[in-house]
Design a protein around this ligand. Structure first.
Ligand SMILES: [Zn+2]
Ligand SMILES: [Zn+2]
Length: 175
């Protein structure tokens, strides 16, 4: 939804979010949204800056980075980000550079013209919340690099001993 910033009262604006899955921009990583995106956001004006906070829930669909099993994982984005007018961007960056406020203003984003696109806000915030490294479970053993067997369902028959040549010498000495 496009919000005209002139329509936002000084007390702010509260919005319920309920959207169908949309492209996140992580398709190359094999990650998409599954089902609905729900939550609520609040836009509070602080001069020309709009502080947007809220909480979003969604489900990410991806594949385990180790065993390639498809996985669904719940995503919760809880955020509070200041949206600055984009025209001030260069000035801000210059200032940041001068004062070296590195790491302090990470929660800064920009809006363009006199509009805030809440769809874009929702997408950005979910993007930050989705784990890049998807694993089906912490101790996933992955696939055997030789035969491709899923090692979660038991060891494979590969008899490849990956022994460091230095350790092999040591082994000989111990014989
Ligand atoms: Zn896995
Ligand atoms: Zn194997």
């Amino acid at each position: 939804m496009i919000i005209d910033i002139n329509d936002i009262s000084p007390e702010g604006l509260a919005l319920d979010i309920s959207e169908k899955a949309f492209p996140l921009g992580m398709e190359d990583e094999g990650i998409t949204l599954d089902g609905a995106v729900t939550g609520a956001i609040r836009i509070t004006p602080v001069g020309k800056v709009y502080s947007i906070s809220g909480q979003l829930s969604a489900t990410a669909k991806g594949v385990c980075n180790r065993c390639l099993k498809p996985i669904l994982s719940p995503v919760t984005a809880k955020f509070a980000t200041d949206y600055h007018p984009a025209v001030e961007m260069r000035e801000e960056m210059r200032k940041e550079h001068e004062f070296e406020l590195i790491g302090e203003d990470l929660d800064i984003a920009y809006y363009y013209g006199e509009e805030i696109d809440t769809d874009e806000v929702v997408r950005e915030q979910l993007l930050l919340a989705v784990p890049m490294q998807q694993v089906c479970r912490e101790d996933c053993k992955g696939l055997c690099p030789h035969c491709g067997k899923n090692l979660n369902s038991g060891p494979c028959d590969c008899k490849v001993e990956m022994v460091d040549p230095r350790l092999a010498k040591l082994k000989d000495l111990l014989k």
